[in-house]
Design a protein around this ligand. Structure first.
Ligand code: MYR
Length: 280
């Protein structure tokens, strides 16, 4: 049985990894005024952050259309028997639901939708594991089982420089009553029940980062082999510094640098930083 792996653009898998592992991607889009750009096709991440600085109004985002998803399944059906479709959290985007609906209508291919309940490289981790398993000839059920297993150990914490982006886009949950006070601090954020909620209220960026790194260290100190991603919104050096300091202390972590591209960058704003890890 030939199994394809599909995700959406918010996993921010590099072109080289996409090519190497044959990963198929449906793009989400950002809109500046009346112009729509499919991320990583019509606009690069650098162009996006530059445009945000120059543009008078802030961008908006949109999920892929059902037509785009149906077209992708039709294309995949020519070469594959099944597809594992891994997407950003259904609590922050309608993408997953659109893929579920597209999958019910798809002909000639069995669709296995998976809600990562996260996004960015945390979602990417699932995609890369699935792709390696598909390459090794594993059955879709076995791959889905491994994805559920990863869900038990995966962690993702992040912080933003300016909470107003999340608030404006309506993606900050469970904190409406305290948003005013949150705007004065740098809360550590995470996903709970598929939605973004504050994990802890912290006063400064440095302390918030230390808190996130402290949680990673708690797991790393147990000697577990961890896959780690340091994810940045146009602050690559910040992510590299974190990676270097963790790599030098913990030989049991296998870490990578990733980024928040246009769609996620719209909701987090420049300067956001995230760390995600799971047990390999
Ligand atoms: C859409 O328009 O459907 C896309 C909405 C995307 C919302 C993104 C919210 C921020 C996600 C942060 C992920 C951090 C993972 C470490």
């Amino acid at each position: 049985m030939k199994v394809a792996v599909m995700t959406d653009s918010t996993a921010y898998i590099s072109d080289s990894l996409k090519d190497k592992h044959n990963i198929h991607v449906v793009p989400l889009s950002v809109m500046f005024e009346n112009t729509t750009y499919r991320e990583s096709i019509d606009i690069t991440t650098n162009e996006f952050y530059q445009k945000v600085k120059e543009s008078e109004s802030l961008p908006k985002t949109s999920q892929p259309s059902i037509g785009a998803v149906a077209d992708k399944f039709e294309e995949l059906a020519k070469d594959y028997d099944a597809v594992i479709a891994i997407h950003l959290s259904s609590g922050i985007s309608g993408t997953y639901q659109t893929v579920v609906s597209g999958g019910e209508m798809a002909k000639g291919i069995e669709v296995y939708p998976f809600d990562s309940e996260l996004s960015a490289m945390a979602q990417g981790f699932y995609v890369l594991e699935a792709a390696e398993m598909a390459e090794a000839g594993k059955a879709p059920e076995e791959i889905m089982h491994r994805l559920e297993e990863i869900k038990q150990s995966i962690r993702a914490y992040f912080m933003v420089d300016d909470l107003s982006h999340l608030q404006r886009g309506g993606r900050l949950n469970g904190a409406q009553a305290i948003v005013g006070s949150l705007l004065q601090v740098k809360p550590v954020l995470h996903f709970f029940d598929k939605k973004i909620v504050p994990f802890e209220k912290i006063r400064t960026r440095k302390k918030a980062l230390n808190r996130i790194i402290g949680m990673l260290e708690d797991d790393a100190k147990q000697g577990k082999n961890l896959k780690v991603a340091f994810i940045h919104a146009n602050d690559e050096q910040g992510a590299i510094d974190l990676k270097n300091s963790m790599d030098s202390m913990y030989p049991n972590i296998d870490s990578t640098i990733s980024y928040f591209g246009p769609v996620i960058g719209t909701h987090l704003g420049e300067g956001a930083i995230g760390v995600s890890w799971y047990k390999k």
